[in-house]
Ligand binder design. Structure first.
Ligand SMILES: [Fe+2]
Ligand SMILES: [Fe+2]
Length: 278
């Protein structure tokens, strides 16, 4: 069965939220009518402030359902230090979802979310042993021919030119878990840079990163480049379309297009589509 997924990220409700871009994103999401809307973390700018959670809840209500959401490092409080270290995800779980491992399935597809956010650093991430075990167990319920998509906030590769940005600290373990689980695509965010590439050591998997979809927190040289991805999953292929907001037209417009064959290794297929950042 053909599935269409819309992948947005790093909404950052708060001072840097861009309402005009966010309104356009919501319009395009409803036009697309995806089978699932995926949000890969950093919902708020500062998790300490209730007003930002309330704002993002209101915005999420304007977007299509169903939604699959994971937390990011900005969804952990910064100033409430005790809470940050002892109960870092309490606010996310109170306002967004108690479930840190959401699962979406339809015939031929499963999407599993995981948590890479914690209170030990401001920017970094890791996937705990428990989170890895839960994700592996969830994926193991599905046969090989089902397309498996993992969602984390932090990624496992550095897009070219962004080598200093943080990825999951335990990258070797996480990559191995995803690969052994037969994951086809990892969706992530955090760098505020759109990127499609591959990771892994054997068959590997596709890494699909979204830039920030609605925030002005755009990295050097990326100004005006809010973005999202559309994935079309078919039995034999995965198509990824990167969309970027263009100020002149006031719309997100297609930029990169990638097609991957689901049978065999990802790497040869990808060489026909050079990795690129937006
Ligand atoms: Fe972010
Ligand atoms: Fe982040």
């Amino acid at each position: 069965m053909r599935s269409v997924l819309m992948h947005i990220s790093d909404l950052h409700a708060g001072r840097t939220f861009h309402p005009r871009v966010a309104d356009q994103l919501a319009r395009e999401a409803h036009d697309l009518r995806p089978d699932l809307l995926i949000i890969s973390g950093d919902l708020v700018q500062r998790a300490d402030f209730a007003s930002q959670w309330e704002a993002i809840i209101q915005y999420l209500q304007q977007l299509p359902q169903p939604q699959l959401i994971v937390p990011g490092n900005h969804d952990v409080p910064l100033f409430h230090v005790v809470e940050r270290f002892t109960r870092p995800l309490d606010r996310y779980q109170q306002y967004i979802s108690a479930n840190l491992n959401p699962v979406f399935e339809r015939p031929g597809l499963v999407v599993v979310g995981g948590n890479s956010a914690h209170g030990l650093t401001i920017d970094g991430g890791f996937v705990s042993d428990e989170q890895q075990r839960i994700m592996a167990q969830l994926f193991a319920r599905y046969p090989d021919d089902v397309c498996k998509i993992a969602v984390l906030h932090h990624g496992v590769v550095h897009p070219p030119g962004h080598e200093k940005r943080t990825i999951v600290r335990n990258v070797a373990e996480v990559t191995q878990m995803l690969e052994q689980s037969g994951v086809d695509v990892l969706l992530c965010g955090h760098h505020h840079v759109s990127y499609v590439g591959v990771a892994g050591n054997a068959k590997g998997f596709v890494v699909c990163q979204s830039g920030t979809s609605t925030s002005r927190r755009i990295r050097e040289g990326e100004r005006g480049r809010n973005a999202y991805n559309v994935l079309t999953i078919e039995e034999a292929t995965i198509h990824i379309s990167q969309r970027r907001y263009v100020e002149m037209s006031g719309r997100f417009e297609p930029l990169g297009e990638y097609e991957f064959q689901r049978r065999g290794a990802w790497l040869p297929a990808h060489r026909r589509n050079e990795p690129q950042t937006l």
